[in-house]
Design a binder for this molecule. Structure first.
Ligand code: DGL
Length: 272
């Protein structure tokens, strides 16, 4: 008889996170607030970024490669902390691996439920907006609203480079968001995990009347529910998180305070 995971001590094992860069830290930050005992191995795949400008096949192959690496590090669950990679790869990864896999999707359904003006904006990557998963999502839930879809790869790049207290970031946010507000948008979906990092800037541009939807907290809740259901919740404090990057360590280091991490190591993931 197979023992429940709890008795096989899988609950002590880390949770893997993958994003093309620092965006997934917006999800990790919420996970850390509600699951402080969980140990995390986070991969910022900066060497292969931006995912949003790559083909679905290329992103999917990359996700398989990184997931295989994380499985060698004994992860008990995987968070695809990236809308683009979720759209491209979650079905293949779930078919391939038995561990719980949680993805991130633009909050279209919630936006449609709360919009009054029936004008909803979505900021995402080119890849997410073109994906079958996103098209199905909008066909299913957004037929009755005007959807303003905007791809903004330069904003992803800018956030990696310098998100906070930076005039370039502010003018890019204005460039994308102001025309949406002018068209009557009252609900803005942040469909890329990089964008919650500049949510307060978005708020400055939209004013208080626009709802800004970010999926980080719902994803953290979803993760907690899956871990609880599968007896995988960690019971003790861990020795520290591991942040890995296929790119430049200093970029990732800069975001540690934002992610609210205390015990952690930042290292380069070479040969990727
Ligand atoms: N953070 C990623 C997302 O949520 C994508 C950024 C990129 O294009 O690499 O879609």
């Amino acid at each position: 008889m197979t023992q429940p995971a709890f008795f096989r001590h899988l609950h002590h094992q880390p949770i893997g996170f993958i994003d093309s860069g620092v965006g997934g830290l917006s999800v990790l930050r919420e996970v850390k607030k509600i699951l402080p005992r969980e140990q995390v191995i986070y991969i910022a795949d900066a060497a292969f970024a931006p995912y949003g400008e790559k083909s679905e096949e290329a992103v999917c192959a990359r996700m398989v490669k990184l997931t295989n690496y994380l499985l060698q590090q004994n992860i008990k669950a995987l968070v695809i902390a990236c809308n683009t990679a979720t759209a491209a790869a979650i079905d293949s990864l779930r078919a391939r691996y038995a561990i719980p896999i949680i993805g991130v999707e633009p909050a279209i359904k919630s936006a449609v439920a709360i919009t009054q003006t029936k004008v909803v904006g979505v900021l995402a990557t080119t890849g997410t907006l073109a994906s079958k998963r996103f098209i199905t999502l909008t066909q299913r839930h957004a037929q009755q609203v005007k959807l303003l879809k905007t791809a903004c790869p330069d904003l992803v790049r800018q956030i990696e480079y310098e998100p906070f207290n930076c005039l370039e970031t502010e003018s890019l946010v204005r460039h994308y968001v102001t025309p949406m507000v002018a068209q009557g948008m009252d609900t803005l979906v942040l469909g890329c995990t990089h964008f919650p990092i500049v949510k307060s800037l978005m708020r400055t541009v939209t004013g208080n009347k626009v709802n800004i939807l970010d999926t980080s907290l719902p994803v953290a809740h979803q993760l907690r529910k899956r871990l609880r259901n599968e007896y995988l919740l960690a019971s003790d404090l861990h020795k520290g998180d591991l942040l890995l990057t296929t790119g430049d360590i200093s970029t990732l280091n800069k975001f540690v305070p934002y992610a609210g991490l205390r015990k952690f190591k930042v290292q380069a993931l070479t040969d990727f």
